[in-house]
Design a protein. Structure first.
Length: 60
């Protein structure tokens, strides 16, 4: 599976006045949906663990 979150070609495209761009996503297979869901879950846990390390101790 290609890691679509790390590709570097994404950017901001401004629409000319009076023109609407329509983005059509590729249809994911069931396996790809599961892999993406697992990847997102892992990343959320990693971010949560990192944010817990920043807890400031309170003076007692």
């Amino acid at each position: 599976m290609i890691n679509i979150l790390n590709l570097n070609y994404m950017g901001l495209i401004r629409e000319p006045e009076g023109v609407d761009f329509v983005i059509q996503s590729k249809v994911l297979t069931h396996k790809q949906e599961q892999e993406l869901s697992e990847y997102i879950s892992k990343r959320k846990l990693e971010i949560k663990k990192k944010s817990k390390k920043r807890i400031i101790p309170q003076n007692v």
